[in-house]
Ligand binder design. Structure first.
Ligand code: FES
Length: 105
Protein backbone atom coordinates (compact mmCIF):
# COMPACT_ATOMS: atom_id res chain seq x y z
CA UNK A 1 0.00 0.00 0.00
CA UNK A 2 1.39 3.37 -0.98
CA UNK A 3 0.01 6.89 -1.05
CA UNK A 4 0.31 7.92 -4.69
CA UNK A 5 -2.09 10.87 -4.74
CA UNK A 6 -2.15 13.15 -1.72
CA UNK A 7 -4.47 16.20 -1.54
CA UNK A 8 -1.92 18.40 0.24
CA UNK A 9 1.48 17.01 -0.71
CA UNK A 10 0.48 16.63 -4.38
CA UNK A 11 1.81 13.81 -6.51
CA UNK A 12 4.21 11.33 -5.02
CA UNK A 13 7.46 11.40 -6.95
CA UNK A 14 8.10 7.91 -8.18
CA UNK A 15 11.62 7.03 -7.12
CA UNK A 16 13.67 4.28 -8.71
CA UNK A 17 12.53 0.72 -7.99
CA UNK A 18 14.96 -1.54 -6.17
CA UNK A 19 14.83 -5.19 -5.11
CA UNK A 20 15.64 -6.60 -1.70
CA UNK A 21 15.24 -10.10 -0.28
CA UNK A 22 13.03 -11.00 2.66
CA UNK A 23 13.78 -14.49 3.94
CA UNK A 24 14.98 -15.31 0.43
CA UNK A 25 11.95 -13.87 -1.41
CA UNK A 26 12.61 -11.03 -3.85
CA UNK A 27 10.54 -7.94 -2.99
CA UNK A 28 10.34 -4.55 -4.71
CA UNK A 29 10.78 -1.26 -2.89
CA UNK A 30 11.26 2.36 -3.85
CA UNK A 31 14.59 4.08 -3.37
CA UNK A 32 14.32 6.18 -0.19
CA UNK A 33 12.04 3.72 1.64
CA UNK A 34 13.02 2.54 5.07
CA UNK A 35 13.07 -1.23 5.51
CA UNK A 36 9.89 -1.00 7.61
CA UNK A 37 8.02 1.14 5.07
CA UNK A 38 9.08 -1.20 2.27
CA UNK A 39 7.80 -4.19 4.25
CA UNK A 40 4.53 -2.42 5.02
CA UNK A 41 4.11 -1.34 1.39
CA UNK A 42 4.30 -5.02 0.51
CA UNK A 43 1.75 -6.07 3.13
CA UNK A 44 4.32 -7.40 5.64
CA UNK A 45 3.45 -6.24 9.13
CA UNK A 46 5.71 -8.53 11.19
CA UNK A 47 9.36 -7.57 11.70
CA UNK A 48 10.32 -9.93 14.49
CA UNK A 49 9.10 -12.56 16.97
CA UNK A 50 9.68 -12.10 20.69
CA UNK A 51 12.21 -14.22 22.57
CA UNK A 52 9.99 -15.52 25.39
CA UNK A 53 6.59 -16.11 23.82
CA UNK A 54 7.38 -16.02 20.09
CA UNK A 55 4.83 -13.24 19.59
CA UNK A 56 4.90 -11.10 16.44
CA UNK A 57 5.99 -7.48 16.59
CA UNK A 58 5.88 -4.79 13.93
CA UNK A 59 6.12 -1.05 13.58
CA UNK A 60 5.11 0.77 16.76
CA UNK A 61 6.90 4.09 17.29
CA UNK A 62 8.51 4.49 13.85
CA UNK A 63 11.23 6.74 15.27
CA UNK A 64 13.82 4.19 16.42
CA UNK A 65 12.89 4.10 20.11
CA UNK A 66 10.84 0.99 20.89
CA UNK A 67 12.85 -1.78 19.13
CA UNK A 68 9.70 -3.58 18.02
CA UNK A 69 10.83 -3.44 14.41
CA UNK A 70 14.21 -5.20 14.73
CA UNK A 71 15.25 -7.35 11.78
CA UNK A 72 18.41 -9.11 10.67
CA UNK A 73 20.11 -7.34 7.75
CA UNK A 74 22.91 -8.96 5.78
CA UNK A 75 23.63 -11.27 8.74
CA UNK A 76 23.59 -8.50 11.37
CA UNK A 77 20.78 -8.84 13.96
CA UNK A 78 18.92 -6.07 15.80
CA UNK A 79 18.78 -3.56 12.96
CA UNK A 80 16.05 -1.02 13.55
CA UNK A 81 14.00 -1.27 10.34
CA UNK A 82 11.98 1.93 10.82
CA UNK A 83 15.05 4.18 10.58
CA UNK A 84 17.26 2.15 8.23
CA UNK A 85 17.01 2.84 4.49
CA UNK A 86 16.46 -0.21 2.32
CA UNK A 87 19.16 -0.81 -0.30
CA UNK A 88 19.17 -2.74 -3.54
CA UNK A 89 20.13 -6.38 -2.94
CA UNK A 90 19.78 -6.19 0.85
CA UNK A 91 19.21 -9.56 2.51
CA UNK A 92 16.65 -9.13 5.31
CA UNK A 93 15.35 -11.77 7.68
CA UNK A 94 12.43 -11.61 10.06
CA UNK A 95 14.17 -11.84 13.40
CA UNK A 96 13.46 -14.66 15.82
CA UNK A 97 14.14 -13.86 19.48
CA UNK A 98 17.47 -12.11 20.00
CA UNK A 99 18.61 -12.92 16.47
CA UNK A 100 21.90 -14.49 15.54
CA UNK A 101 24.98 -13.17 13.83
CA UNK A 102 25.62 -14.93 10.56
CA UNK A 103 29.02 -15.54 9.03
CA UNK A 104 29.81 -12.72 6.66
CA UNK A 105 31.04 -13.86 3.25
S1 FES B 1 9.09 0.96 15.31
FE1 FES B 1 9.90 1.53 17.22
S2 FES B 1 12.03 1.38 16.89
FE2 FES B 1 11.21 0.96 14.96
Amino acid sequence: MRVIHHPILNENRQNKKITFYLDGEAIEAMEGDTIASALLANGRKVCRYTRKNNEPRGIFCSIGRCNDCLVTVNGIPNVCSCVTPVKDGMNIKIQKGNGEWEALT
